[in-house]
Design a protein around this ligand. Sequence first.
Ligand code: NDP
Ligand code: GDR
Length: 371
Amino acid sequence: MKKALITGVTGQDGSYLAEFLLEKGYEVHGIKRRASSFNTQRVDHIYEDPHVDNQHFILHYGDLTDTSNLVRIIQQVQPDEIYNLGAQSHVAVSFEAPEYTADVDAMGTLRILEAIRILGLEKKTRFYQASTSELYGLVQETPQKETTPFYPRSPYAVAKMYAYWITVNYREAYGMYACNGILFNHESPRRGETFVTRKITRGLANIAQGLESCIYMGNMDALRDWGHAKDYVRMQWMMLQQDTPDDFVIATGVQYSVREFISWSAKELGITLRFEGTGVDEVAIVEAIEGNNAPALNVGDVIVKVDSRYFRPAEVETLLGDPSKAKQKLGWVPEITTQEMCAEMVAEDLKAAKRHALLKEHGYSLPVSVE
Ligand code: NDP
Ligand code: GDR
């Protein structure tokens, strides 16, 4: 039985990857951070009681800032594959916490690579690094492919650039099987609530059910190439099954604006929106309502406003990936379209909003945190 170790197992990708590897028959180990409250919601459904024999899913406390902890876990697990998905992954937050972001996202990667080396596992353990389209930042070529020059635009992207190159370097210097997946944005119903797609689907579902009145957005003109996380974790695994290690761009090859994503999400709820104004004065107004998914709304309601606090000190305006290499060499193509993914996210957030509204109606008012 193959053993995999996933950092960031409690995150969006980590949870889908753990499911995927368990289905493939792996023994899956994951590193979770100690937190003052439960942080395993995304993997609770695959949790296995440690008191029973033959566990296939095993969680270890750890942190990418803690070298001795990483060495101990890797020594204990002796993994065939390590997927380094753990990161301070929010671009806007990286401007607020640049040093921590560098420690986790850049140095954390080095710590794992060094642990593999110190333990003499260079020939046994294959390593996947969660690299990112944010490396392209101020884009030098469209669409972006493996050979497009990098121009990172945030402390997050700069930290990930170190991680990218140290992965390449350890592959070249020590013959390690180490790969970078340069993944463009990918989303799902498990996406963190403060990333733009989830903020939109969750916010609009809450508004439709009368739990919030308006969402406040940043740059509505930003263009992204959004795929589904399920398609992308499959590719993470495929990258580690080749004869020779290599780096791949993973993307859909299609881009849309934040505004378009808002429009589709509203449509899924039966709401037609009209956008008025520009820049910080832009708003989205309800123009028509169909069906019964938005009982709390009226035509003319303003449900989206722009707030400059969500603008970034340096923005990545446009990203569009060219996944041809992944298609040609690995036969990978995304199976879920951006619109299908949006529909799935809205449906899940609407279910949650309806539950929440029902509780509220019966006197159990839960706080709806917004960001
Ligand atoms: P998430 O933010 O959902 O998950 C990040 C994970 O990293 C969480 O499990 C988090 O733990 C963990 N983590 C954070 N800090 C530390 C730390 N100091 N030590 C150990 N673990 C830590 O990210 P995604 O699942 O969306 O992304 C996975 C990886 O892929 C990340 O590295 C991200 O930067 C990268 N990436 C993501 C893309 C995307 O569009 N989703 C695109 C390209 C790259 P906790 O749950 O406790 O917060
Ligand atoms: P990104 O994702 O920065 O691309 O990083 P995010 O969803 O945060 O932003 C995408 C674009 O939308 C614009 N935007 C807003 N973003 C957020 N979060 N909140 C808003 O209110 C808002 N309004 C507009 C942003 O300015 C940006 O242009 C994600 C993360 O998963 C990274 O870890 C990963 O590496 C990259 O995708 C690829």
